[in-house]
Design a protein around this ligand. Structure first.
Ligand code: GTP
Length: 381
């Protein structure tokens, strides 16, 4: 039977091929104890789904830099594994990886405690397998969780789609979407909204999906989007992503549509910059391979440029722009400077709110204390 204790490895990365938690980051003078919420008060993202659907693999690949092939050797999870994601001061949450065989009717399953402070519930369905059982479990999980906490965001990952043809992917998504919503309607639970994503750990789709899940939990998202819109329209930039460097999830982007190829290029750029800096960068004493000097320009063969700038120790701005527009690098850099300052102010408002005793663990389970919407007009770009 599954037990629900904390994993003894809680907070450590005892897995082959995973990096220590501070990988790439030096110590942060600003990240003092009183600024970061305690592990228990951080909002939660729950990973649920049938056995072998790929929950642990997702968590390891996105947050622990495990390579997808290594997940073949992951052992089945037999108790809740809690993982504290504190690698970004903006994105602070816990992921709870549940064993596939979890039984809601088990008396040790405390649904009030588990769903109470939960921000998002990700339900993983193996698209390469028969998904009827998974759909039944999805229905049971969602209706149970909704009863305890109607503010939970329900996210369904139709996973392992690397094995499916494009047509098959669309058809599977349509079928799962239809059946899951029909089940909810039959039970009178139309109010529950499910979001669906096609994912695989073998490409960037899992990072993209996780980005969207995390973004829904950031109350300042409209402010960040707004800042990015102002930045790109005044700097001749085509597309800009604000990345959490370690996980490569983007916490915001401008409001133009995201195309997968641009996102992949930007992810690859982060990998290149971090890898080269870690291998060849100077590391004197406490220094880190990603710091405020970090920036990079990569010219592509289609007259576009990738431009990366450090925003703070956790976040990087990665932009795609036309080579011609880069002639005015001075203006871009000046605008970036203003952008960075505005982002810092967003953080400051948050920290102040925390220090005033604002409770980070809002009942909606969102990632931050009160929204800092006053920032948008603070620094004209
Ligand atoms: N093809 C493919 N295989 C995947 C993908 N994600 C995970 N897997 C494989 O699925 C198997 C099960 O993955 P796990 O992460 O252990 O599954 P789990 O849901 O945590 O399983 P339990 O701990 O038993 O609940 C592993 O062999 C993974 O390599 C994917 O996107 N595509």
């Amino acid at each position: 039977m599954a037990s629900y204790d904390d994993d003894e490895n809680f907070g450590s990365y005892g897995v082959v091929g995973s990096f220590p938690k501070d990988f790439g980051y030096g110590p942060d003078e600003q990240d003092t104890e009183d600024r970061s919420p305690s592990a228990e008060s951080k909002p939660r993202i729950l990973l649920m789904g049938l056995r072998r659907s790929g929950k642990s693999s997702i968590q390891k690949v996105v947050f622990h830099k495990m390579s997808p092939n290594e997940t073949l050797f992951l052992e089945s999870t037999n108790k809740i594994v809690k993982d504290d994601i504190s690698n970004s001061s903006f994105v602070q949450f816990q992921i709870w990886d549940f064993p596939g065989q979890i039984d809601f009717f088990d008396p040790t399953f405390d649904s009030e405690m588990i769903f109470g402070g939960c921000g998002a519930l990700i339900f993983v369905i193996d698209a390469q397998d028969d998904y009827m059982e998974a759909l039944a479990k999805l229905h049971m999980t969602v209706s149970r969780a909704y009863k305890v906490n109607p503010n939970i965001k329900f996210e369904v990952f139709i996973h392992k789609v690397d094995g499916l043809s494009d047509d098959h992917k669309i058809e599977t998504q349509r079928d799962i979407h239809q059946r899951a919503n029909d089940d909810l309607a039959d039970a009178g639970l139309e109010a529950i909204h499910l979001s669906f994503y096609l994912t695989s750990i073998y490409d960037h789709s899992i990072f993209e999906a996780f980005s969207k899940v995390v973004q829904k939990l950031i109350p300042q998202l409209p402010t960040l989007e707004n800042l990015l819109n102002i930045l790109i329209s005044n700097s001749g930039i085509e597309k800009a992503f604000l990345f959490d460097v370690v996980s490569k999830i983007y916490i915001a982007t401008d409001s133009s549509p995201v195309d997968m190829q641009s996102y992949e290029l930007c992810c690859d750029m982060i990998d290149v910059v971090i890898d080269v800096s870690c291998i060849y960068g100077l590391k004197d004493g406490e220094g880190s391979c990603y710091d405020k000097e970090s920036s990079s320009i990569i010219k592509l063969n289609n007259a576009t440029i990738l431009y990366l700038r450090e925003v703070n120790r956790f976040l990087a701005l990665v932009c795609i722009l036309r080579e011609d527009n880069f002639d005015r690098q001075g203006i871009i850099d000046y605008n970036f400077h203003c952008f960075r300052q505005a982002i810092q102010e967003v953080f400051e408002v948050r920290f102040k709110a925390q220090n005033l005793g604002a409770n980070l663990q809002s009942s909606s389970g969102s990632l931050d204390a009160p929204a800092a919407n006053g920032i948008a007009g603070s620094k004209p770009i």
